[in-house]
Design a protein around this ligand. Structure first.
Ligand code: GDD
Ligand code: MN
Length: 389
């Protein structure tokens, strides 16, 4: 007997990309978990190359609880989940991965938790009692631990597993928060509990299973997306979060540069006399080498991390690197010019004394150079298109 379709109590939304082999088993186990509950299952597919949508449609032919959303635009996990949510009619909205790594058996206790009013959001948690990470490598385990710690410290989220993609929330919780959600956001759960502090959050432990079919779609830009999401949740949309990444990377460059310089000095890199220009000579080869290595490093990190969406690949990296080098040179000139000018005018000299004033002048110079470089780099090297607000 199939449950009534007209009035689903629970809407189970599952985002899919290349999950054709996993879908039939997923559907079977969702029905098994919520056997006596009127439910609908919404498959939000991004036009998967493996034809997941076709499998879903053939399942739907025999199972009227299944709805298939074939998405052609605006691809992405969060966007798919949000589409599924807006199509959902249930009083409780659940999100579950289609790859069976989220055990559908946990749906029943999650429903019990939100239905009884104990929580507005029930999080499927690997951190709670009965939960676990399965066979995760120490490396992945560590990455997850760091991400969780960041969310707890910076966002003060009231759950031990804010990275979970598995949860159920009440319609009220959904409707009162959905308008504020960033659809480009990284973690849809983090968006809900990060935007709406009034939501009461509960946890249901489950053991994260290994993938049997298909493979993960998480790529290496995931750490970056995560940092952007945390920055945006914390600071709102006034500050461009990519600028914050840029500042972080710049600070890293500063540390690397002074470390390398000290190292090269200690190694006894020679002074070089070109004999060309008195003002130029002697050249500290340790200085030149440390700047060169740092510039190269900054280019790579900015290309692969800060400006991921605009990154250069293959031979195109070469002219971009040259351009970046030029911009860095301009930035350095600005830095030196501002510093010298402040030294000459003796800004805050009486107040701070010569030593502290020099540090301040240097800091102001570096800050001005940083902002100038940001505009140069985003205008000429990694040209950014206007993003929607
Ligand atoms: N529609 C759509 N569009 N679905 C997608 C997309 C997309 O662009 N990318 C991934 N999915 C679907 C997958 O088909 C799967 O059902 C689910 O989203 C999760 O994707 P996976 O690729 O399996 O992610 P994961 O297993 O590596 O990551 C899981 O663990 C993370 C670490 O804790 C997810 O549960 C994450 O939510 C979780 O944070
Ligand atoms: Mn997965």
């Amino acid at each position: 007997m199939s449950p009534s379709v007209s009035a689903p109590v629970v809407s189970v939304i599952t985002p899919t990309y290349d999950e054709a082999e996993n879908l039939p088993e997923l559907v079977r186990r969702i029905h098994e978990s919520l056997a006596n509950v009127p439910l609908e299952i919404i498959v939000a597919d991004d036009y998967s190359p493996d034809g997941t949508w076709a499998v879903a449609e053939s399942l739907a032919a025999d199972d009227e609880t299944i709805t298939v959303l074939r998405r052609f635009h605006d691809p992405g996990l969060s966007a798919a989940v949000l589409d599924g949510m807006s199509a959902a009619r249930g009083s409780y909205l659940a999100v579950i991965d289609a790859d069976l790594q989220h055990d559908p058996a946990a749906l029943a206790p999650m429903l019990e938790m939100v239905r009884s009013g104990k929580a507005d959001v029930a999080v499927g948690s690997r951190e709670s009692e009965g939960g676990g990470y399965g066979e995760w490598s120490t490396h992945r385990r560590f990455a997850s631990w760091v991400a969780t710690a960041i969310a707890k410290v910076f966002l003060r989220v009231p759950t031990d597993d804010p990275m979970s993609g598995y949860f159920m929330l009440t319609r009220d919780a959904y409707e009162s928060t959905a308008a504020q959600i960033n659809p480009m956001g990284f973690k849809i759960l983090l968006e809900f509990i990060g935007r709406n502090r009034d939501l009461r959050v509960g946890e249901v432990g489950y053991e994260f299973a290994n993938r049997v079919h298909g493979r993960t779609k998480l790529n290496r830009s995931i750490i970056r997306s995560y940092m952007l999401a945390v920055a945006e949740l914390r600071l709102g949309r006034q500050v461009d979060p990519v600028f914050l990444l840029y500042v972080m990377v710049g600070a890293l460059g500063l540390v690397v540069n002074s470390t390398l310089f000290t190292l090269f000095e200690a190694l006894g890199f020679p002074l070089i006399n070109t004999g060309l220009n008195d003002a130029l000579d002697p050249i500290y080869s340790s200085f030149v080498a440390s700047v060169a290595v740092t510039t190269l490093l900054l280019f790579v990190v900015n290309n692969e991390f800060t400006f991921w969406e605009q990154r250069y690949t293959g031979w195109k990296m070469l002219p971009a690197l040259v351009l970046f080098g030029l911009m860095t040179l301009v930035g350095t000139l600005v830095h030196v010019a501002v510093f010298s000018w402040l030294q000459e005018t003796g800004f805050a000299l009486d107040l701070l004394g010569a030593d502290a004033a020099r540090v301040l002048h240097n800091l102001i110079g570096a800050t001005v150079a940083l902002v100038v470089n940001w505009y140069l780099n985003t205008s000429f090297v990694w040209k950014r298109r206007l993003q929607r607000a």
